[in-house]
Ligand binder design. Structure first.
Ligand code: NB4
Ligand code: NI
Length: 183
């Protein structure tokens, strides 16, 4: 079971690496890790389990965050319309995105960052993501708003990018060009 002890924190070079493409089909070991990542998110959102194991709530997790430098991510959340997203993907890729941007008015946090970093994180308002699911089938997701933000945060981890890299250094709360808040 993945706990906070397994979460790599900022300063570790693995979080700055470009993660490796997973050669297909994924190995049983890779599938097992990805399943554990999704289970961690579910556990982290279960009040009882989270309390018992001291888990910080998460809606997404990228493999480099558990010291696995491979292109694998899991997400588990409901968007603001109550639509459920639960995905575990190998080799996720943004195949297209909008010109319009969005951001969370509350900013972003990261399980690998033990401090608050204030500011707006500009994200594409709409993206299309392709990847390979645990069952080996290709999935194509059209995402907007909160869901688009979560996937971009996780795909950034696969490219060694942290959310605060995107925050305006002069004025962290400068409204990004072409953007409307997701919330
Ligand atoms: C990834 C997110 C940071 C911003 C926005 C939010 C939470 C994370 C990081 C975009 C992606 C993890 C992965 C939350 C959370 C709202 C919904 C439902 C009930 C609790 C849950 C809490 F936990 N970020 N944490 N941060 N990361 N919303 N919610 N709630 O998930 O570092 O790279 O259960
Ligand atoms: Ni993160």
């Amino acid at each position: 079971m993945i706990t906070m002890d397994h979460i790599i924190r900022e300063g570790d070079t693995v979080l700055r690496e470009v993660a490796d493409v997973v050669s297909l089909p994924p190995s049983e070991e890779e599938k097992s890790i990805l399943k554990d990542m999704l289970q961690f998110l579910k556990n982290s959102q279960d009040e009882q389990i989270a309390k018992e194991y001291n888990l910080r709530a998460g809606v997404g997790l990228a493999a480099p965050q558990i010291n696995v430098s491979k292109r694998m991510l899991a997400v588990h959340f409901e968007d603001f319309n109550g639509k459920q997203y639960s995905h575990a993907l190998f080799n996720p890729k943004i195949v297209s995105h909008s010109v319009e941007k969005t951001y969370l008015s509350t900013g972003e946090g990261c399980l690998s960052v033990d401090r608050e970093v204030p500011g707006y994180v500009p994200r594409y308002a709409r993206i299309t993501v392709k990847g390979i699911g645990l069952d080996g089938y290709e999935v194509k997701l059209r995402l907007k708003g909160f869901a688009a933000i979560v996937f971009q945060h996780e795909i950034d981890h696969l490219n060694g990018i942290m959310f605060y890299d995107h925050i305006n250094k002069v004025n962290p709360f400068q409204e990004p060009e072409n953007a409307t808040p997701a919330d």
